[in-house]
Design a protein around this ligand. Sequence first.
Ligand code: GUN
Length: 289
Amino acid sequence: MASIIDGKKISQQIKDELKEEVARYREKGVSICLAVIQVGNDPASAVYVGNKKKACAYVGIESLAYELPEETTQEELLALVKELNEKKEVNGILVQLPLPEHIDENVVIRTISPEKDVDGFHPQSVGALSIGQRGFVSCTPAGVIQLLKRSGIQIDGKECVIIGRSNIVGKPLAMLLLRENGTVTVCHSHTADLKAVARRADILVVAIGRAKMVDADYVKEGAVVIDVGMDRDENGKLCGDVDYASVEPKASAITPVPGGVGPMTVAMLMNNCVETARRENALSADRTI
Ligand code: GUN
């Protein structure tokens, strides 16, 4: 029987802590503002953006929403990002991905000022993370670390196996686990004998985007299993990359989908927004993240 790692509860705790911190900033006359840009009307993106705006309102962060039509040109989008880079009252800029095909995501990400890159996607942020310097950390991997720490799971000295090498999750998570003194292996579609490598893990993180692919055969007895997937099963029901029913009896702790990693991404975005204020105002001696 695994203990369930409750991402909803932990993300709520973090948002409540941030709410207090933001209130203290407000007393000192400091406000925090996030600009969120969505291009086109991808329904999933609209849900994510809605969740981000709701979290901002809860924590006390101002949000500016830019909903641009699908046919927006790259030049128009870049002009908006540059304008927001210059605006002193805007602390963070987030361009929701994916963008329409005629827009080059990499060019857009590079145009966001690294000072306002609350998604942590800019090459400067990624580079800083990899050499242990200060910079914004991508929200989902940062959320995985908080889930582990706040559940009392030790990373130091543990075998950590990540399945998936995306720029947004797998690679930055490898850097974060290393920073916590884990021994890290990153697996991908060319990994020979994936099951055997995964079975080495004390902490197994799965981020591949394939519904229920990881079953009990991939899991060592007593492992901690973190499921970053957000998929649909054969009946259209929301599920993760991990076959929960098969893995749960073997794991010592496991994240559910939904209610595991998902809510943490938004909480960590809020943390990055607050971080912009921490950098400019040394007010947060009692910060917890
Ligand atoms: N699309 C899916 N996840 C994310 C995210 O974390 N940030 C942005 N900007 N777009 C996304």
